[in-house]
Design a binder for this molecule. Structure first.
Ligand code: ATP
Length: 136
């Protein structure tokens, strides 16, 4: 029963990242990571910055580095609305390192007009991308 496919969509403000059938998806919920399988109860969960893994019926897995967003489950349809989502092979590690360094510099040499929350979020996204690439 749990290998039955369900409809999955992953959408960012820029594009539809994925519109497919999957047999499993794991996501970084704000209250902890969780997995969705066929016949999951209706759910709406906020997601943290982290990694989303999509499992297909043929057993293959695709991992995405993701920024925050929401996951909804209803009637065997799973919708992820995410700020950003990159497949690991599409992550530009140099760009993420540059973003990390910029954010660290800003936080180390704080000016009165620094938006600390923004700089911390940028650092978190960059470290997540780098961690995701290194784990792949
Ligand atoms: P940067 O300062 O490098 O733009 P950022 O964290 O501010 O990083 P985001 O606002 O999270 O960038 O993302 C903007 C767009 O760029 C999104 O489409 C995201 O998927 C893509 N993106 C950001 N960083 C990378 C990266 N290192 N590799 C591949 N795509 C990236």
């Amino acid at each position: 029963m749990f290998d039955k496919p369900f409809a999955l969509e992953v959408i960012t403000p820029e594009r539809t990242v994925l519109s497919t059938q999957a047999v499993g998806v794991s996501a970084p919920g704000v209250e902890g990571g969780f997995q969705v399988l066929f016949h999951h109860a209706p759910l709406l969960s906020a997601l943290e910055i982290g990694r989303v893994t999509v499992r297909s019926a043929d057993g293959t897995e695709q991992v995405y580095a993701t920024s925050g967003g929401f996951l909804e489950v209803r009637d065997n349809k799973v919708l992820l609305l995410l700020e950003t989502a990159e497949r690991l092979q599409d992550i530009d590690a140099q760009r993420a390192e540059a973003a990390r360094d910029r954010a660290q510099q800003r936080l180390a040499h704080r000016t009165p007009d620094l938006d600390i929350v923004r700089a911390e979020a940028s650092l978190h996204r960059a470290l997540n991308r780098l961690r995701a690439v290194r784990k792949s």
